[in-house]
Design a protein. Structure first.
Length: 261
């Protein structure tokens, strides 16, 4: 059991805070925030290739099928090369997930986790703060894993760097490596923080590097009101995060259609 989850549209305190943390991250980046019948459309004219800041947020169950929701996304995200819907209510996304998969969309169930207890002492390599550019190759590798066959990484690379700067991103890696094999990034609003990225090259996975990077990011965060991390709810990293003191508080869903899909 990874923690208390939402019950339909009713969220407990920590789930609401996780949801509100996600919502609050949009206005500093997005210049278009428009309500629609069942949620909000968020877009960034400056960063159109950064999917996270250009999507349709579904805040309640719209009782619509996949084709109807795709039509909403097509209208709301017209002019962009991708389509994305973020479901804040898990059940609403699960209900139409199979339909979206049939239409070639990538779907993910996400688990937002809040740090509760200090991480155990773990052996591992030394980790230190490094310049943003020191892990540029890893960001491209990660993007390629998530969007296989997609071209145009250059535009995303530049936009991701600017977004990280605006959010006060701090990057961690193993110092001294000519080309680091993994990195973590921490962002903060001054009172709460998020380990927004943890990535390790496939060849170095399951060797403790992800754990070392996450522990270093936890320590770098200090003692914020909330420290968040978002995990794929259908993959192994959430178990590692649980061992390091994180507890699941909120599940959501993300549906995405990229140019290569």
């Amino acid at each position: 059991m990874l923690g208390a989850m939402e019950d339909g549209d009713r969220l407990d305190e920590h789930a609401r805070r996780a949801r509100d943390w996600v919502r609050a991250s949009r206005p500093p980046i997005c210049d278009v925030i428009t309500p629609w019948e069942h949620g909000t459309v968020v877009r960034s004219s400056e960063f159109p290739d950064y999917y996270e800041y250009n999507h349709v947020r579904v805040e309640s169950d719209p009782a619509m099928n996949a084709d109807e929701l795709i039509a909403v996304a097509d209208e709301a995200l017209a002019g962009l090369s991708h389509r994305r819907l973020d479901f804040e209510v898990l059940e609403a996304g699960e209900r139409v997930r199979a339909e979206f998969v049939q239409r070639g969309w990538i779907t993910s169930r996400l688990l937002w986790m809040r740090h509760r207890t200090p991480p155990p002492a773990v052996p591992g390599p030394e980790v230190a703060e490094v310049p943003y550019g020191a892990v540029a190759h890893l960001r491209i590798a990660w993007h390629s894993e998530d969007h296989p066959g997609e071209t145009g990484h250059g535009a995303f690379k530049a936009q991701a760097r600017e977004v990280s700067i605006r959010r006060g991103g701090r990057v961690l890696a193993i110092p001294g490596e000519e080309r680091p094999a993994g990195f973590a990034e921490l962002v903060s609003d001054g009172s709460s923080a998020e380990i927004s990225q943890v990535y390790v090259e496939p060849r170095r996975r399951r060797a403790g590097l992800g754990t070392a990077l996450t522990v270093a990011a936890i320590r770098l965060a200090g003692q914020p009101r909330d420290l968040w991390i978002c995990a794929d709810d259908e993959d192994r990293p959430k178990e590692m995060y649980a061992r390091l003191g994180f507890q699941g508080v909120w599940r959501s869903m993300m549906f995405e259609h990229s140019p290569a899909a």
